[in-house]
Structure formats: C-alpha cells, structure tokens
Design a protein around this ligand. Sequence first.
Ligand code: BGC
Length: 419
Amino acid sequence: MSNLLKFPDRFLWGTSTSAHQVEGNNHNQWSKWEKENAERLSKEAKNHWQLWQREKFPGMFNPQNYISGRACDHYNRYEEDFDLAKAMNNNAHRFSIEWSRIEPEEGKFNQSEIEHYKNVVKALKMRNLEPFISLWHWTMPVWFTEKGGFAKKDNIKYFVKFCEIVVEHFKNEVNFWVVLNEPEIYAGHSYLKGMWPPQKKNFCSYFLVMRNLILAHQKVYKSIKKINPCIQVGIAKNNIYFEAHQNKFVNIFLKKIIEWWWNFYFLNQIKNHQDFIGLNHYFHNRINYGFNKNENKIVSDLGWELYPEAIYFTLKDLKKYNKPIYITENGLADATDKNREWFVKESLKNIHRAIQENIDVRGYFYWSLLDNFEWDKGFWPRFGLIEVDYGMLERKPRPSSKFYGKIVKENGIPKGDLL
Ligand code: BGC
C-alpha cells in the first residue's frame, strides 16, 4: 500500500499572484484611489479590526500601508521569485497581465510592456513552470474607468480588444487563460458595498456590472477561440461553502438562494464559454437567518475562519458543470506561519477526497507566492509562502514553503504528515 495520498499524474502545482499586488509602480484606477484614500483608510482601521489584530499589526494605522508603491518589485525581480517557486518544485504559476501597462492610453499599445511579459513567460518556461495568465484581476487603465468602466456596456469592446492583442502575442506559448478574476467580489465591493473604487452603493449599477462582466467573458472567450481553438479558457471564481445552521427550514431556504446567486449564477451564464473552472476558495458561511454563524475555532490574521473541509463541499458542487477544475487560489493570511502548514495539508486532503469521488481537479495554486498588497487592507496581511521584507525587498521562504515543496515533489501527501 502506498504511503502517500497520491494526486493524479500531470497535476499542476503552483502559486498565484496578481500584477497590482506584487509588481510595483502600476498606474491604474486602483493606484489613483489608494493615494486619495490612504489617510482615511488608516484612520478607519481602528473601527474595522479587533484588539488583537490592532496590536499585532500596528502597520494598519500608517497611511503608507495603503499605497502599493513599489510593492514587492516583482516587475524587476520576477526571475528571483520564479527561482523560489521552482525551489518548491512547482510546475505551474498563475499571474496577471496589467492592462494599464499594455494600453496606458486608449488605443496605444505599449510594445515594450508586451515584451516584458514575453520575458516573464520565457522565464517561467525556462523553469518548467506552466503559465496560467489572468487578463483581468480588478485593475484597469484610468482612461477606461473614466469612461465608466464595466458599468457601461459600450465599454466592453475596449477590454475585448486588449485581450485579443495580448492573446495574439502569446497564442503559441500560453495554453491557459483566466479571463476574469472573481467578478462577483469586484462588483460587490466596488458597486454595492462602496468600499473599492469607484465606491458606488447602487443595486442597479451592481447588476449592470455583473451583466457586463458576463458579456465581456463570453466575448473574450469567443475571440480567444478564434485566435487559437486549442487554448484553454476559464474564470477564477470565488465560491463559498454555504451551510444551513441547524438545518432549519428557513436557513435551508436562504442558503439555496444565496448559493444560487453567489456560486452559480455567473457560472451558469458562462457555462458554454469556458473550458475549465478556476476555483478561488477561502470561505465557509453557516447561514442563520441571513447572518453568519461560523464557529471560528481557528481564524487567520484577517479573522477569516479556517475551515479546510469547506473546499471538499465547494468542489462537489462544481461537478455538475462537467469541466476540469483548477484551484486557482486558496490560502490564508498568517504572518507567523503558525497555521499555514496545517491549513494547506488539510485543504489538500479534502481536495484529494474530492478527486477520489471523481471530481476532475487538475491543479492547485496556493495564494500567494509572496506576501503582497492586499487591496484596501494594504500590506499588513501576509499571505505568502515567501515572506517579503518591504524595506529591503528581501525574500525569505517561510517554513510552510518547505512543506509545500515536499508535497509537490511527492505529488502527494506523505502518510506521516497525515497523522
Ligand atoms: C483575490 C486576491 C486576494 C485574495 C486574498 C482573492 O479574493 O483574488 O487578489 O489577495 O483573495 O484576499
């Protein structure tokens, strides 16, 4: 009997990043907003976080925390960072191409930035890391958002054009493309909760943006298939494991509605326009009369419940789409690395369980390779397998990265680690 919980042959093992969160020196709608809001965010931190978080992460009170600036300088240090991914025996890597670099002005495409990403892909391939590219990870050129961004149907054409130009350049080199990263999180935070740029709180705009992102995905899918029908195109979808607290009728009823809207609506709309499903998974939500009744026995630095069984149930719910699944994100903020190894191991055991039940999972990308800029929360949440010292920009692999490397090397979870 094998002493391993084995993963399928050719399973993709990697980590994920996004351009704005690691590259540094981006000029997009988000970097503009950061500068305008850093002061406010640092003042509001005291209302958002519990005492233990405020004490452990005083950086949240510093306005500089909210400005991405040079971030991890991954734009210049990607080779060094890919060496670190390779040292974890990875065979894949997910990252995003920054639209505002490629098309800083409407219709003017910057060839040298395309060359930059060509070099990035080359650097990955030299290390036998399969590139998984996201075309949109929430950031956009300022000119696009000034025209109304995705709230205007007529603007979809700009995004489609950008995607066509990019994919055309990489059509023979890159097999996996994620069109949109978590459209529902973006639409919700930016157009309903009013937290992210452009800080709208409007149901109509929210639905409109969701609708336009669906159309954008469908159009880009068709365009890419015209460029090269062999390319695999998907989404990175944030799905949550919803449970009905105490199985009460009202909770079951609410769960069905919420789950339909959050997990399945977008996927149903694009089901004929995707070759794989990318699953970004972080949350479990036990619904009690519309509120969250999680036990929160173990939480991350952000206070998010760590409940690794959730990924098994989330995967099972995707089986109905009958598509290969890649876990395009899964991870936790854990500055001291105390729960990361446990969390990754337990999550992988649950993924393995799903695979045993014939759910076609083909890859796992931990979020994230590096500590990075966590949007409106700034730099203090630490998601990286590799720690980044933002002063010296030094990289330091955390102990959990060794553990991840061991699993990847074995293509399975050693039994000793199961105990
Ligand atoms: C996003 C990442 C983010 C991560 C952790 C995902 O929703 O795609 O950009 O850093 O979650 O919050």
